[in-house]
Design a protein around this ligand. Sequence first.
Ligand code: FES
Length: 317
Amino acid sequence: MMKVRIQRIVDEARDIRSFRLVRSDGLPFDAYEPGAHVDVTGPTGVTRQYSLCSPPDDRAAYLLAVKKEAASRGGSSALHEQVAEGMELEMGAPRNLFRLAAQAREHLLFAAGIGVTPLLSMAYALNAKGEPYRLHYFARSAEHAAFAELLGGPAFAGKVAFHYGVEAADLDALLAACLACASAAAHVYTCGPAPFMRKVVEVAKRSRAEDAIHLEHFQAEPSANAAPAGSFDVRLASSGVVLQVPADARLLDVLRAHGCDIDSECREGLCGTCIIDVLEGEPDHRDHCLSSKEKAANKQICACVSRAKSARLVLDL
Ligand code: FES
């Protein structure tokens, strides 16, 4: 974590504020990969992940935008109510689980609400690379759309379509029409509320392979078909030690209690920090960071949330 200073706060839309951050030591940041996020610890000590949305090669400052959530547990509300320009925050280095596909030559970005932030950084990068793309931005109204002026301006001319107040019943047809306007080879990226992303994925799957569809989760949602947690064993391949993970414990915590040094950040299956290689057994994947291909391969497990379908897992530890 490093100290950063809030240089500027801007009200970007209803309940959405942007924060321009500079390093407290005056040095430039590293350039970041489009789609990356950072951990930010606010004045209440709560750490949350926020996507970066400044031009990725602008090393003078990072920009992030925060929506004040009605059910905030001290993360977004503190950043809206308890910080001011000039104050310091703690911030981690950028990490990226939501990359532009290197093999894609055309890109379709679907944002809803605050989900525009990682897609804005991608749009900057695609502008710089000169690769064809289109950003479809869904919001309840113009008043709710952050960065609407920027995205409607000359820097993104002809690249952005705004869709305001779309009824749920109309979303399927509208998404299908947006997809039909791009080539079948275009990769799809989406970020926003879970029901919106589910619909984008559902519609996009009709015309594209699953590995051409990329999404970013902001917060974990309970998996509708997750089985109730049971206990299971893990064997550590290097020592042969077998540990039991009780029904009410996380694999991550059991491993740490045994002295395994495993990093974690979100503890919600979002960031990918705690991923461990699996040598044998079948994980019960409950995370949002491994791809469906990676989950099907059963070679990795997110230790903070995932469990086991088989009685035992053998871990590469
Ligand atoms: S700690 Fe973030 S995915 Fe496990």
